[in-house]
Design a protein around this ligand. Structure first.
Ligand SMILES: NC(=O)c1ccc[n+]([C@@H]2O[C@H](COP(=O)([O-])OP(=O)(O)OC[C@H]3O[C@@H](n4cnc5c(N)ncnc54)[C@H](OP(=O)(O)O)[C@@H]3O)[C@@H](O)[C@H]2O)c1
Length: 178
């Protein structure tokens, strides 16, 4: 953690999950699916917090999704994190390659969804500042589709051998407003 904090630089501080959740207005959840429910349980009061859910409920050995047809990781998180506004996103791309891709004038699509318009707007703005083309995919239940898309990304990157420097891009036949 200390190494990561030093790498990021100014205005960044490490702490426990509880401390991070207490401090932040926005919580980025980027931990293995198997630990999500227990971790949410120790975060304290999440009322009014925005949770960006980047997780994917991937089976061991990248063997597909554990849930997805009748619910999704994001919907389960919304159930567990009482009072929080969950926005799904940032779950189908390895951010390590963002700078490299941006340097080629490309913007990976970051598909997001959620039920709270204000939370979604803030996450959209965060994504745009970082350099994504953010695509609003509607309500949180559409996380089922976003998580399947992430599974395709995992399949291509790791099983089909393309490597993790790949990204999805939504193309439009006309220019869309930012
Ligand atoms: N890797 C990607 O390219 C990528 C892209 C999009 C979405 N995702 C999703 O993001 C999530 C994290 O993926 P990752 O590849 O970053 O995983 P990871 O490297 O295995 O773990 C990420 C973080 O989770 C913490 N962690 C590990 N085990 C934990 C536990 N039992 N309880 C609480 N925290 C734990 C680790 O903390 P410590 O370092 O302190 O152990 C680490 O900081 C997954 O759900 C994945 O599907 C990954």
């Amino acid at each position: 953690m200390a190494k990561l904090v030093n790498k990021i630089g100014l205005n960044v501080k490490g702490g426990t999950y509880y401390e991070a959740a207490e401090h932040g207005e926005v919580i980025l959840l980027a931990i293995p699916w198997s630990s999500v429910q227990d971790t949410i349980g120790i975060l304290g009061d999440l009322n009014g917090k925005i949770i960006i859910d980047c997780t994917n409920a991937v089976a061991p050995k990248l063997g597909g999704l554990l849930i997805g047809l009748t619910t999704s990781a994001a919907e389960k998180i919304a159930e567990w994190a009482k009072g929080a506004n969950v926005v799904k996103g940032f779950n189908a791309f390895d951010p390590e390659f963002l700078d490299e891709i941006k340097s080629r004038d490309l913007k990976p699509s970051n598909f997001i969804c959620g039920d709270d318009p204000k939370a979604k707007l803030l996450v959209r703005q965060l994504g745009q500042v970082i350099g994504y083309d953010v695509v609003d995919c509607g309500p949180l239940k559409n996380a089922r589709f976003l998580e399947s898309l992430a599974m395709l990304w995992i399949e291509l990157a790791y099983t089909q051998g393309m490597g993790s420097g790949i990204a999805f891009k939504l193309l439009h036949h006309r220019k869309m407003p930012e």
